[in-house]
Design a protein around this ligand. Structure first.
Ligand code: PRP
Length: 173
């Protein structure tokens, strides 16, 4: 049975690094009133902690994306739940839980860029750089991890384990 095993990023490590990311964002966007765009579902925990660590005026929104029928590697990504506001002329920060192949983020950046934001940055909690297929510049990165399947803190296996307060490797038979 597959279940959460070895801790990859502890709760304390998560909170410590997120505090640093929040400080960086607050410095870079102090007077810009950015819109923080969380990518559903995985990023909702990170988003909640990140904005509380970012003591400036900001607004929030969410976008839901999915790969076309089991063909993630094809790069066929689509929006299943769009933003609720226009982003033209706004400073936008995409808040994503993980970059793996980079296909999702690459699509998202292209799509949002077409809406003419004033700026578009990316803040990612976990970078699995070994798996990259397309190059996507990342502006803020929490952790770089090796190619292990992770669960917890928003990361799921078959919908489970998102609610763990830390990130663990999925282990077992
Ligand atoms: C995950 C993650 C990213 C994407 C990264 O989403 O949240 O959006 O995969 O992979 P890529 O770099 O190879 O494109 P997932 O489809 O697991 O959905 P979830 O966020 O709802 O768990």
């Amino acid at each position: 049975m597959l279940q959460p095993g070895r801790v990859i990023i502890s709760q304390a490590e998560l909170q410590g690094r997120i505090a640093e990311l929040g400080t960086d964002l607050a410095r870079d966007f102090a007077h810009e009133r950015p819109i923080m765009v969380g990518v559903l579902q995985g990023a909702f925990l990170f988003m909640a902690d990140l904005i509380r660590a970012t003591p400036i005026e900001l607004t929030t929104d969410f976008i839901g994306v999915a790969s076309y029928a089991g063909s993630k590697s094809s790069g066929q990504v689509r929006i299943v739940s769009d933003l609720s506001v226009a982003i033209e002329g706004r400073h936008v920060v995409i808040v994503e839980d993980i970059v793996d192949t980079g296909l999702t983020l690459s699509y998202l950046k292209r799509t949002l860029e077409a809406r003419r934001p004033r700026s578009l940055r990316v803040c990612v909690l976990v970078d699995k750089v070994e798996r990259r297929k397309v190059d996507v510049p990342l502006d803020y990165v929490g952790f770089t991890i090796p190619n292990v399947f992770i669960v917890g803190y928003g990361f799921d296996y078959d919908g489970l384990y998102r609610n763990l307060p830390y990130v663990a490797a999925l282990e077992g038979e």
